[in-house]
Structures are given as C-alpha cells and as structure tokens.
Design a protein around this ligand. Sequence first.
Ligand SMILES: Cc1cc2nc3c(=O)[nH]c(=O)nc-3n(C[C@H](O)[C@H](O)[C@H](O)COP(=O)(O)OP(=O)(O)OC[C@H]3O[C@@H](n4cnc5c(N)ncnc54)[C@H](O)[C@@H]3O)c2cc1C
Length: 426
Amino acid sequence: MGGLLAARALSEAFDRVTLLERDELPAEPRNRRGVPQGQHVHVLLPRGSEVLGSFFPGLADELGAAGVPLTQLARQIRFVVSGHRLVRGHLGPTMLQPTRATLEHAVRQRVAALPGVEFVQGCDVTGLTTEGGRVTGARFTRRGDGGQEETVQADLVVDALGRSGRSLEWMSQQGYPRPPEERIQVGIRYVSCMMRTPPDALAPEQGILVGPVPGRPRAMAFMACEGDRWVLTVAGMAGDHPPTDPDAYLAFVETIAPPDVHEVITKSERLSDLVTHTFPASLRRHYEKLRAHPEGLLVFGDGLCSFNPIYGQGMTVASLEAEAMRACLAAGDHELARRFYRAAAKAIDPAWQLSATGDLALPEIKGPRPLATRLINRYVARLHRVGSGDVAVADAFWRVAGYLDPTPALLRPSVAVRVLTRRGGD
Ligand SMILES: Cc1cc2nc3c(=O)[nH]c(=O)nc-3n(C[C@H](O)[C@H](O)[C@H](O)COP(=O)(O)OP(=O)(O)OC[C@H]3O[C@@H](n4cnc5c(N)ncnc54)[C@H](O)[C@@H]3O)c2cc1C
C-alpha cells in the first residue's frame, strides 16, 4: 500500500513511475506472500478513506459495489476500550471495511491505469545505483533469471519495501549515519481466520473491537467484510499469545469477547485455517533528525514507522505521507528529502503518540513512563469510562481515533469538563 500510494503521488510530478515488486501480482484480490499481514484484520481509518477517495475518486463506490461494508463508525462498531463499552454516538464518520487484499487490489488497478506507471513484478530489489553521492536508480534481479542484475535509472527512488527495507544498510555503505530510532517492545501475536456468522447475528453492528487492559494484554477485532464474511483477529501482547489449536483459540477468544459476541463466534462457520503473524516491536526511524540525506532517495511507509497494528494506523499514515510527498514535490526538488521527512514526521507524530502512549498504559509493556505519559493515560482511561455514557465524549474519541481530529481535540474544554466532572455510564 505504501508503494502504491507513493506511486500515485509521484505520477503527478514525473512522466514515468516504475514499481518494482517481488511478488507476482494476482489478477484478482488475493493475499500474497510479500504482505503476510494481509490475512489479518486491516482497518482503514476514516481519514485514510478520505485521502484514498481524494487520490482515487469513486473508489468508495467501487468497493461498495463489490460488497464492501460502509459502516457508521460510532453507531455500528462496538468498541470496548479500557474495559468500557463506548456509548453509541451520533451518525458521524464512516469507515470502509474491505479486506486488505480487496483494498490493495482496487488501489493497484487505479495506480496501474495512471499514465506512465509501469509494474515490474517478480523482481528482488537488491540495491541502489549512485553517482557522486546521489542515488540515480535501483538494482534488481528477476526471479528465475539466474540472478543477473538489471538497473532502472531514476531521478528519484522511493524505498517502500516495508519495515525491513534495506535503505538503512545502503545509506550506511555511503557513509550516512543511522537515523535515531524509537522502539516499543510489544511482543504481539495475531491469530486470525475468516468466518461466516449466522444471518444478521450481530446486526446492526458491523464490527466489534476490544482493546487490551492492564492485567489482560489481549485484544480482538471481529469485523464484517466483503463476501458476507467476517474477519476474526485475536491478539496477545507481551508474550501472552493466542493459541493456534481451534478449541484453545475459542477459549482464548472467550477471555476477551463480550459474552454475546463469543456466542455468535462459536455458532459461526470457520471459512479458513487459523493464520498467525508475530510483530515484535513498534519501530520509528527519525530520518527527519538527520542532518544530511542522500539526494535522490526517500524512505516511505513502514520503513519510516511501523506501529503496533492493533491501532489500525499504518495504511492511513501511509496515505498522509503520500499527501505530504505530493505537496513537497509540487514545491520543487530543492532539499526534497529534508522537507519530505519533516512533513512525514508531522503525519506520523500523532499516530505514534497514540499507539506508544496507549501501549505504555499496560504494565506488561516495558518502557519509560515520564509524568506526561502517566497523566495522559490516566486522562484517557477516564475519558473511556465517561465515554461509556456520554455521547459527546464518545464522539470526540471516535473522531480522534479515526484520525479526523488531532489528539488535542480530546482536551478541548467542551470535552475535558465532561471527562473531569462526570462518572460514566457502565
Ligand atoms: C499484523 C498486522 C496488522 C495490520 N493491521 C493494520 C490495520 O488494521 N490498518 C492499517 O492501516 N494498517 C495495518 N497494518 C500496517 C500495514 O499493513 C502497513 O502499514 C501498510 O501495508 C504499509 O506498509 P508498506 O507498504 O510500507 O510495507 P508492506 O506492506 O510491508 O509492503 C512492502 C512491499 O514491498 C515488497 N518488497 C519487500 N522487499 C522487496 C524487495 N527486496 N524487492 C521487491 N519488493 C519487495 C513486498 O512484497 C510488499 O509488496 C498492519 C500490519 C500488521 C503487521
């Protein structure tokens, strides 16, 4: 998704955009090897939907026609946070609920239709070409081609190879220092499957999200998606991992799910095997703090920051980085890397703050907790409690969680007074 969104932004500034992808790309929406996380729940936050809609007009209608649910966030998603069920809010923001494979496929079709965009599939990017310190292109080998290296020359190379992209290594070979890193060891494992519920078993709800609480670092998402199916993802943090034996898995689900939801899950048909994904740590690389950057290269998406996935932020942040890249390119190529990393950091900051601070609310997660973090977490826990009975507070939370409002919106007097003076509804 990062590469596709970057390509969309680049296509406005360059005549030709070449995407190098290791996988052979499926002609239909299908999971693929290079994106193992795609088999797990993949929430596209409302802000991400908005940005994708502006990049690809009509995308939401197209997905809707393919059976992707469009959900009223505050009314059709049951959200249990800090142990409190948020009260149903006003109509508010909407959220598209495609599987990752369907979303990525639809976006890829749109990107492939852009003039000047070309995909080279089944190729491994192996390095960069440089000239006088400037990055001038990428080196790659095609699968089954005897390892013969080819190059593609480019005015600008974007590394959207994901979290393990090798730009760091390539940059250090050129003598650049490593960017400062922040890491939060969350030790999370996802175990997921596709299900079919009995008809309308949870209607009008289209999704259930349950967050972790101190003493139970477990979370779950049970979300409707296209094809009249639901994705069930169960997560355990700090090594408290869900089992992969089906019966033990259901017993684990019972420790998290509200009783009625657990009952629906036990009555649902499992349509796929249980699949797992382990994610050791949230990781942010502060390229914006480096004094010098190689010209001709930008790192993008998970290569800049990969978040604890339970907050569902990665694709939305990648879409905001693509917006930032578009704006930076429109202003010319002078100090492009410095300007882009600064703008991308602004898109990443609130998401990092939300996920890092949220993780540190759990005593099971190791890390320093300065006074500000402790105060914020105390306030947020209170906000969740009050939000279980106060629609205005719940709505404010939905808008921030959906990335539609900045985090300080939770401190507006109209919200703060309620949070600090009311008790909550459950
Ligand atoms: C378990 C899990 C659940 C998640 N859930 C959500 C969610 O609910 N909502 C959300 O918004 N985000 C979620 N994310 C994050 C989201 O998947 C990523 O943020 C998003 O995909 C953007 O990442 P990316 O494109 O930078 O990298 P990736 O998605 O990792 O894509 C990297 C691409 O580069 C290709 N590639 C890698 N190396 C090479 C190479 N050497 N040569 C050629 N090609 C190569 C890969 O095949 C792949 O296509 C989740 C992540 C995980 C791990």
